[in-house]
Write a protein that binds this ligand. Structure first.
Ligand SMILES: *Cc1c(COP(=O)(O)O)cnc(C)c1O
Length: 426
């Protein structure tokens, strides 16, 4: 047994499944998860000293690559002044100001510690603001693991939804309505039927938890118009896409102002930090100003805030997103080209520093489309690439990420590996 295998066996003694978050276990691709001991720029090293080009980047936060010197310096400086106070600090005011300056839809913002907390709190706030209970979400979107979000569609459009996890009460699931992504007609039908009961729509405006699927312009417009017309709150879950696809996030690309936005991942620069914010009349309902309760011992943690601030300052520099987008597109265009040369059925797309690739003929528009891609081939590709030192997300239902540290040579090495793996798995 190598070190990874030994550690994975040892981990299972006291950690359920050997991991602290399920997708890390390689459940859908099989094999032994890699235990990492070091990251630098675009690379990670596992406990067997194997180096990988990393396209996961801790599932999105590491837009500058691993251990960026400025972020590291900011974190060390903050930690030396105290790890946590549970009281206000100047740095969290600076971060709130910066988020509101960068995202015009956010007038007020509250910092929390995880994306799950951000979405859970935004939903409670939307319900408190509207005095309504029903929540609309879309199949294939992931918004963290709060009870009301671990729900799958029932058998018909207006039938009750079912919990997608044990432990979620059916009574909680009943208030969440699940519709297919990009289905304007279904959304219109639902609002016509029960629009006055709906507190909020929550959506990943570019979905990154069913591989990568983009909302169509018609779908984006319909969500905005229907929520406006029926007095419901539009929540953009930009935990993954925020400061990852564009400096103004997806809402900048769509030219749409959501009522509330959830941020996470990049905004914390690799530390546990997330946020939710939006219209000040809605945010005013939050405690201590208003009746909607929300709190956190480590919220706005000074070390996490330092990492977030240092990261945002760098990505705001001239040309940062332009360069990152070009680099990510180079990877996707290269993969498409190599697939063509090896007669592999394959498509890929990117927005900013986020990408998706699929063993299918067309770019997917919904969860069902992603389900219909060739996942057996994905698993073979994943392991082939892993063996060649390329670390991709261990599931066909995850997006990929390029960082500012990925060089032209890294992309060329990745394409070289992909060429031989495409041939191997034919
Ligand atoms: C990662 C993610 C979350 C959950 O964030 P955690 O920090 O893992 O709790 C929520 N929504 C989206 C879109 C995400 O990608």
């Amino acid at each position: 047994m190598n070190q990874n295998q030994q550690l994975f066996a040892a981990a299972q003694k006291h950690i359920p499944g050997g991991v602290n978050s399920p997708v890390r276990a390689f459940g859908s691709v099989g094999g032994t998860p890699r235990f990492f001991k070091k990251g630098l720029g675009a690379y990670v090293w596992d406990v067997d000293d194997q180096r990988y080009i990393d396209y996961v980047g801790s599932w999105g936060p590491l837009i500058l690559g691993h251990t960026h010197p400025d972020v590291l310096e900011a974190v060390i400086a903050a930690a030396k002044n105290g790890m946590s106070f549970g009281a206000p600090t100047a740095a969290e005011v600076e971060l709130a100001d910066l988020i509101c300056e960068m995202l015009p839809s956010i007038e007020q913002v509250r910092l929390v510690s995880s994306g799950t907390e951000a979405t859970m709190s935004a939903i409670r706030l939307a319900r408190g603001f509207t005095g309504r209970d029903k929540l609309v979400k879309f199949e294939g979107c992931y918004h963290g693991h709060a009870d009301s979000l671990l729900v799958k569609a029932g058998s018909g459009l207006l039938t009750f939804s079912n919990p997608s996890s044990a432990g979620v009460p059916a009574s909680v699931a009943a208030d969440t309505l699940v519709l297919p992504y990009n289905d304007v007609a279904a959304l219109e039908e639902l609002f016509a039927e029960m629009g006055e009961q709906i507190a909020a729509i929550i959506v990943e405006p570019i979905a990154g938890n069913m591989n990568m699927v983009q909302a169509s312009p018609e779908f984006v417009q319909a969500m905005r118009k229907l929520t406006e017309n029926h007095g419901a709150v539009l929540i953009y879950d930009e935990v993954m896409t925020g400061f990852r696809v564009n400096l103004q996030c997806t809402q900048g690309l769509h030219g749409v102002k959501p009522d509330l936005t959830c941020l996470g991942k990049v905004v914390g620069g690799g530390m546990p930090l997330a946020a939710f914010g939006g219209r000040s009349d809605i945010m005013a309902k939050l405690a201590p100003l208003g009746p909607v309760y929300q709190a956190g011992t480590l919220s706005g943690n000074p070390v996490a805030v330092a990492a977030g601030l240092a990261t945002l300052k760098i990505i705001r520099e001239d040309d940062f997103f332009n360069r990152l987008s070009i680099q990510t597109k180079k990877l996707c265009d290269g993969l498409i080209q190599v697939a063509k040369e090896t007669n592999t059925i394959f498509v890929a797309q990117s927005v900013g520093g986020m990408f998706g690739f699929y063993f299918s003929k067309n770019i997917p528009q919904s969860f069902v489309d992603v389900m219909n891609s060739d996942r057996t081939r994905f698993n073979a590709f994943f392991h082939g690439m892993l063996n060649k030192g390329i670390y991709l997300a261990p599931s066909a239902f995850e997006a990929g990420f390029v960082s500012a540290a990925h060089s032209d040579q890294d992309i060329l090495d990745t394409l070289e590996a992909a060429r031989s793996v495409f041939l191997e798995i034919k």
